[in-house]
Design a protein around this ligand. Sequence first.
Ligand SMILES: [Zn+2]
Length: 244
Amino acid sequence: MKRREFIKNTSLAGGLLILNPKFGFGLANEFSEDELIGKGKPVLYGEGFQLRDEACLKFNLMKKAAKEQGFNIYVVSSYRSYSHQNGIWERKYKNYRAQGLSHQKTIEKIIRYSTIPGTSRHHWGTDLDIIDSTKGIPSNPLSEVHFNEGGRMRKFKLWLDENSEKYGFYLVYTNKTGRKGFEYEPWHFSYKPTALKMLKEYKELDIKKILQSNKLMGSENFTDEFIKKYRTENILDINPSLLT
Ligand SMILES: [Zn+2]
């Protein structure tokens, strides 16, 4: 090797070591903090939806299998960025404050149905909300009644129970008695092989610090106690199959 090339190559290797310590120690995370909180720019795939590569591939297989059984899977929501979630958050925050609610009550009310920006699994490109549009798309597509006994998507729900996990898709917010955090969402599925790795890395983040440094509206009112509860209940009280 010529000297000049040698210098070029070793400095390149040195650069890689600095930028990406996993080359040296095997300890580095696979996902950046930005990716985990919806501020990254993941490469996404899909027609009419957005998922990471492998999740998209498996989802298309599941969609095809469902089609063969007479179900038309329609994606209501898939990848959502931090700024998308932040738009929802700020609109609701201003609205509840204008109604005279305290900061604490405002936050409590929003998180009954919406996630805090930076904490949504929809940021990961692994999660999606799906319905069966065989009988058309109802005005309130994401409603439990369609999936319950007698509902228009009941048969689809039973098919998902039997088949979704074969494709790697797990229900996140189950109807298990006593489960805390977000309400039962029979439409929200997560691609486990990628999402489990992302959750493991996500758990290492200092959420309070991140949200405050992002100047999230109302985040100055997040107490340590609130964040701890949100983490335990909303982020981690999910389908146990998605935790290990
Ligand atoms: Zn969802």
